[in-house]
Design a protein around this ligand. Structure first.
Ligand code: 3PG
Length: 221
């Protein structure tokens, strides 16, 4: 094996180890879409104080990159970028201080860029074929998306045997009510969800209520 190939493989293994470590930090990753940069720091503080240090900020608003940078400075926060759909976004989120990336789905050019970037990432898969394509590239940590649409816990149970090395973060349709059923599965390392930062609480700046939601979520497993 050439030295160059060995280096890529060992980097990819290190990236898998790191995303696995991040996913194991808490049972729930809040999926955040932020409209006002000034909400970033108090929101991150509330979520971390509630016991959810891993934060996914989606690239769905103009404030996202600035919010990632601001949240990344909050002690204890491990901030990543979500809704990464285009290779051109990868360097930008890295530069903003993201420690990981999350993608709703996977395709070769995006996976190539992420693997080359050294940024740990969690790519979305929805079918066994998609999961296998990721696994063939050494990507064992995957997001099942949209989880409740593509079979939820039944899908996860069905792939646990044939694709036993994959560890999932199901996201999309996860609620405080159904999260325990997902988290009880051996191939689920954490879940993602947007319920931690409801627009009404964020708009009102009710960070105590956000912290309370986080605290409940942190106790789910
Ligand atoms: C998303 O990308 O929007 C996440 O999957 C969150 O989904 P949810 O709003 O159903 O939690």
């Amino acid at each position: 094996m050439s030295i160059a190939l060995k280096t890529v493989l060992s980097d990819s293994a290190a990236m898998q180890a790191e995303i696995g470590r991040i996913c194991a930090l808490a049972p729930v990753i809040p999926v955040i879409t932020i409209d006002r940069v000034e909400d970033a720091v108090p929101m991150a503080r509330a979520l971390v104080a509630g016991g959810l240090p891993v934060l996914e900020v989606t690239l769905r608003s103009d404030a996202a990159l600035e919010a990632i940078a601001a949240m990344a400075a909050v002690p204890g926060a491990v901030v990543g970028a979500g809704t990464v759909v285009d290779p051109s976004q990868v360097e930008r989120v890295k530069a903003a201080g993201a420690r990981f990336a999350v993608t709703p789905g996977a395709y070769p050019a995006l996976m190539d860029t992420l693997l080359d970037s050294g940024l740990p990432f969690l790519p979305g898969g929805a079918t066994p074929a998609e999961m296998m394509a990721l696994l063939a590239r050494g990507i064992r940590h995957q997001k099942l998306f949209p989880a409740t649409v593509v079979g939820g816990t039944a899908m996860l149970k069905a792939v646990a045997g044939p694709l036993s090395s994959i560890r999932f973060c199901p996201t999309g349709g996860i609620t405080p009510e159904n999260a325990p059923e997902f988290l009880a599965l051996p191939n689920v390392v954490c879940v993602g969800g947007s319920w931690l930062t409801p627009k009404s609480l964020v708009k009102a700046g009710d960070w105590a209520a956000v912290e309370a939601l986080a605290r409940k979520a942190a106790a789910l497993r």
